[in-house]
Each structure stands twice: as C-alpha cells, then as structure tokens.
Ligand binder design. Structure first.
Ligand SMILES: [Zn+2]
Length: 132
C-alpha cells in the first residue's frame, strides 16, 4: 500500500538531542505528530520506525532513537505523496512546528509538530497501531 501516515509521539521529559544535519534541537515534554509518506510498502516503513537497531537516516530516526521518545499511535491513509504536505499543513494550524524537521525535500515549515491532541486527525485517518 502507498500512503501517508502520522506518528503520534510522546516525549516523556524535556530533552535536547542531535538531529542529523539540523544540529541540536530541544523538545519539550509533550505530544508530537510527525507526518511521512511511503510510495511503496507503507507497512514496512511504519514497522521500521518501531525498530531500535537501525541506521539513522531521516530526522525522525534521530528523534525515535532517544529513549524518552515513543510512538503511541499511528494513523494512516491511502494517498498520494502530495497529501503528505496537505496533512502537515492541517496539523500546523493546531500545532507548534519544529522548524525544518522532516521537510528537506518540500517547502513546508516542518513535518513535526507539538500538538495538544490528535482527535481531529482521527476523523480523516485510520488507526494502525495503538499502544496498549
Ligand atoms: Zn511538506
């Protein structure tokens, strides 16, 4: 399946970390939404985000490599890549962007946002994984 996904990430404590080329970023404790897409094998891509032993390639890999960050939910939707940025835009209206994160190849401000809740996303996307 090809599609767009949103990882809902909980960060348990304020934390500073190196995020590849972005350098050192500080994340406040809270809930975050990261938007990504996969043009082939969406399931594999999402599974990769849960793996701990992997080469750090995308910005999100650096964030999820930190033990204070964990994925609490995954939302997804069958869609073309263009929708990835539309969803990022929709989240940006309700969240605080981490400038430059995950958007090296598009013109968005960010693909990672600190959010209050993600209920508004559940109206248009399906749940793939929820932490129990
Ligand atoms: Zn974008």
């Amino acid at each position: 399946m090809r599609g767009v996904y949103v990882l809902i990430i909980q960060i348990d404590k304020d934390v500073s970390m190196n995020v590849g080329a972005l350098g050192k970023l500080t994340f406040e404790k809270g809930l975050y939404a990261y938007v990504g897409s996969a043009q082939v094998n969406l399931e594999q891509r999402i599974k990769r985000h849960f793996g701990k032993e992997k080469r750090l390639f995308w910005h999100i890999d650096y964030l999820l490599d930190d033990s204070l960050a964990r994925i609490v939910k995954v939302l997804y939707k069958q869609a073309n890549r263009s929708e990835e940025c539309e969803i990022a835009k929709a989240i940006s209206e309700r969240g605080e962007p981490a400038a430059g994160f995950g958007c090296s190849d598009c013109s968005c401000k960010s693909h990672l946002f600190r959010i209050g809740d993600y209920r508004f996303l559940q109206e248009s996307m399906r749940v793939l994984h929820a932490e129990t």
